[in-house]
Write a protein that binds this ligand. Structure first.
Ligand code: ZN
Length: 236
């Protein structure tokens, strides 16, 4: 497995955007993207140090499981990370993705970061002075993370990779409470909270309905199948 450079990750992310009809600069709605790519996804509580898992069946059907205990911002990163495994991992094998970044995990993180936070999208939001001084203001950081729906840490690491902030600024901003700063600037806090527990994305329900309507399964079997995915509607 080859270790991706930052510029290779950028190219891969741009290629992914153009091949899937996404504009080069716009924020990505991960749920809409999953639907568009016909990927089945489930959000369920996993252990604290787990983010997600993905796999591809022999017939090519793709599946992602996302930890609903992660913050919503982190969940978006997890989905983008899993997209790397599904589309570009040279030796994909189902595994739980945790915080440890080595080998393909590191490649998947770099791809996710470039995909969710494209240079073309974030640079227009950063002023000339901020670029020259390598110091991005907290107000700008909040605006970008809210617009692109990523966690504070994911954004800071991306800004550092792009040379827009230095290690000291990263440490300074990381020492501030994410929720307190967002509250002070009047932002909604849901990005920084867990959520989506039980949400299911996919055409499972539609397929069950077709089977029932065509008489291939009984009404009780149909409701049994729907119950398998109704966990979310009960909880949310
Ligand atoms: Zn992974």
């Amino acid at each position: 497995m080859k270790k991706l450079t930052l510029s290779e990750a950028e190219v891969l992310a741009s290629k992914f955007r153009s091949e899937n009809g996404l504009s080069p600069a716009a924020p990505i709605s991960t749920k809409t993207l999953l639907r568009k790519l016909n990927i089945t996804a489930m959000y369920r509580p996993l252990s604290d140090n787990s983010f997600g898992i993905s796999c591809r069946s022999k017939s090519g059907k793709m599946f992602i499981l996302v930890n609903s205990k992660s913050t919503r911002g982190r969940q978006h990163f997890t989905i983008a990370h899993e997209l790397y495994h599904l589309y570009y991992d040279e030796n994909p094998s189902p595994h739980m993705c945790r915080g440890v970044a080595s080998g393909e995990e590191k490649n998947a993180n770099m791809f996710a970061s470039a995909l969710l936070l494209p240079k073309e999208g974030i640079l227009p939001l950063i002023s000339r002075n901020e670029i020259i001084s390598h110091k991005v203001e907290l107000a700008t950081i909040l605006r970008i993370e809210q617009m692109f729906e990523v966690s504070r840490l994911n954004l800071l690491l991306r800004l550092k990779d792009l040379g827009l902030i230095n290690e000291r600024q990263l440490q300074n901003i990381q020492s501030l409470s994410v929720k307190d700063t967002a509250r002070e600037y009047g932002y909604d806090l849901s990005l920084y909270e867990s959520g989506n527990d039980g949400v299911f994305i996919g055409d499972f329900g539609e397929k069950a309905r077709t089977l029932f309507e065509s008489g291939q399964i009984s009404e009780s079997h149909y409701f049994e199948l729907l119950n398998m995915i109704s966990y979310g509607s009960k909880k949310n």
